[in-house]
Design a protein around this ligand. Structure first.
Ligand SMILES: Nc1ncnc2c1ncn2[C@@H]1O[C@H](COP(=O)(O)OP(=O)(O)OP(=O)(O)O)[C@@H](O)[C@H]1O
Ligand SMILES: [Mg+2]
Length: 206
C-alpha cells in the first residue's frame, strides 16, 4: 500500500504522521519505505538522528515520483510518502503515485480552507486514476474543545471521509521530532495508542 501524507499548508503534521505511520507499520512486521518528498528534508533529518534502522528512509523531492514509484516500491510491503507544503507540481506527482492520500489538518477554520485546495488536486488526479483514495485526518486536537466538533461539521462540505482516530496535541510528538525517536518507543502511552488506532483505521479503509 502506498500512503501519501499531503497538504498544501505547512506545519499541519505531514512529517509527524508519516514517520509514525511508517514506524507503526514496521513494528507490525511490514517492510516499509519512507520517501521524504519534501525539499526541506524533515523526515531525512529525523532519520539522521535515529539509532535503529527499522525502516528505510530516502529523499526524493522530484515531480517524477509517480513514474518511479513502481521500481522504488518493489522490495517493500508499504510505502509512506511525506509530502511538501506549497509545491503543486510535486504534490500532483505524489497523488498520482499514491493508493491513498491522507490530508492532515488541525482543527481550525484556516485549515479547512487549505484542505479544500489539496482536495481539489486529488480530484484532478482522480480523473486520470479513479482508484486513488483520499481521507482527512485531524491532528493536534485539544481534548474536550468544541472546535474539534465544529471543524468536523465544516469538513463535511468537502465530501471526503474523515478518519475517526484523531491525533491529540501532545508534547511527546514534538519531542520525538528532534531526537530520532517516535512516541511508539514509549509503549502504552496515550500518544502511542492514538497512532496504533490511526494505523488500524488506515489499514481497514475499504
Ligand atoms: N499531534 C501533535 N502534537 C504536538 N505537536 C505536534 C503534533 N503534530 C505535529 N506537531 C509539531 O508541529 C510541528 C509541525 O509538524 P510537522 O513538521 O509534522 O508538519 P508538516 O506538515 O510536515 O510541516 P511542513 O509543511 O513544514 O513540512 C512540528 O514541530 C511537530 O513536532
Ligand atoms: Mg513536513
Amino acid at each position: 500500500m502506498i500512503y501519501a501524507f499531503l497538504n498544501q499548508k505547512g506545519g499541519v503534521g505531514k512529517t509527524t504522521l508519516s514517520i509514525h505511520t511508517a514506524a507503526e507499520l514496521s513494528n507490525r512486521g511490514r517492510r516499509v519505505l519512507l520517501i521524504d518528498a519534501d525539499p526541506q528534508g524533515s523526515s531525512l533529518g529525523w532519520s539522521n538522528h535515529r539509532e535503529t534502522a527499522d525502516f528505510t528512509v530516502v529523499g526524493m523531492a522530484k515531480a517524477t515520483i509517480h513514474k518511479e514509484i513502481e521500481s522504488l516500491a518493489r522490495d517493500y510491503d508499504d510505502v509512506v510518502i511525506d509530502g511538501p507544503p506549497r509545491v503543486t507540481e510535486l504534490a500532483r506527482s505524489i497523488i498520482l503515485a499514491a493508493d491513498i492520500v491522507i490530508i492532515p489538518l488541525q482543527p481550525s477554520p484556516m485549515d479547512v480552507w487549505a484542505a479544500a485546495e489539496t482536495v481539489d488536486l486529488v480530484r484532478e488526479a482522480q480523473m486520470f486514476n479513479p482508484e486513488i483514495k483520499c481521507c482527512l485526518a485531524l491532528n493536534r486536537k485539544i481534548a474536550n474543545t468544541a472546535i474539534g466538533r465544529d471543524v468536523r461539521e465544516a469538513l463535511k462540505e468537502l465530501d471526503v471521509p474523515i478518519l475517526k482516530s484523531d491525533i491529540g496535541q501532545r508534547v511527546a510528538f514534538a519531542e520525538s521530532a528532534a531526537s530520532g525517536t517516535t512516541v511508539l518507543d514509549q509503549k502504552r502511552s496515550k500518544a502511542a495508542n492514538e497512532i496504533k488506532r490511526f494505523v488500524d483505521e488506515l489499514r481497514r479503509l475499504p
